[in-house]
Write a protein that binds this ligand. Sequence first.
Ligand SMILES: Nc1ncnc2c1ncn2[C@@H]1O[C@H](COP(=O)(O)OP(=O)(O)OP(=O)(O)O)[C@@H](O)[C@H]1O
Ligand SMILES: [Mg+2]
Length: 259
Amino acid sequence: MIKCNQLTFHYEYSNQGIENIEFSTEKGLVVGVIGENGAGKSTLFKCLLGLHKPQRGEVRINGEKMDYSKSGLISHRQKVNMVLQDPERQLFHTSIHDDVSMGPKNLGLPKAVVSERTERCINLVGADAFEKTPIQYLSFGQKKRVAIAGILALECETILLDEPETGLDPKMKKDMVYLIKKLAMEGRSVVVSSHNMDLIYELCDRIYVMHQGRIIANGKTHDIMSQQEVMRQASLERPLLIRVSEKFGIDTKLLWEGL
Ligand SMILES: Nc1ncnc2c1ncn2[C@@H]1O[C@H](COP(=O)(O)OP(=O)(O)OP(=O)(O)O)[C@@H](O)[C@H]1O
Ligand SMILES: [Mg+2]
């Protein structure tokens, strides 16, 4: 479980960043982070991963303060890892197999385990359909799937997904929702950021709304997304289901069941 207290990080160059963040994840839950461009979502994720060291406040993992030494960060990455917004920054090999197996290999796992995890994760994201294609020839969405497979293969207790559905086709988006829910059901903590409010509504148990580097609301997804004023302040549109249910006076649960 991750917990942030008064987490504050500003970039040296722009002085932009995040301010006074109180945030926590929970085993078995999918937590969403939403906000307009530049709200601070990716910056928060990078702080949770230890890529940025806060100027103030702290990140705690299972009650322990984050250790920013090299060995501390290596051990941290075995517990928490992240699918970056841009897959290009996450893929290092030409072969999909080499890329996905790199993480488990670095963990020093036995060959048979590395091989089983690699195959399983490649199949999970549907990358087996283009497994032999060199990574540089893949489309953006295909690269995204490979990046996701690489993180899944690490089997971390907390997985951060920064805009995981960008570039994925509708079928893959659906598979992704299923996969994320399954990860949570298996007892992992998942944190997702997205601009797709319908996806967040479907996927997340709880959400945090960010605006100009701060958290302006958090709570159960439906409760927060129903608040027109909060969503307006964050320049976000409310999910279609909530808007339809309000317009026609139908309970969202009934609408959901009807889908
Ligand atoms: N490397 C950097 N150096 C300086 N400023 C940065 C850097 N990265 C981000 N920022 C600034 O920090 C703020 C938060 O950016 P961040 O990338 O966290 O937003 P975001 O919510 O992830 O946005 P998006 O939805 O576009 O991905 C923005 O004002 C951005 O310009
Ligand atoms: Mg971002």
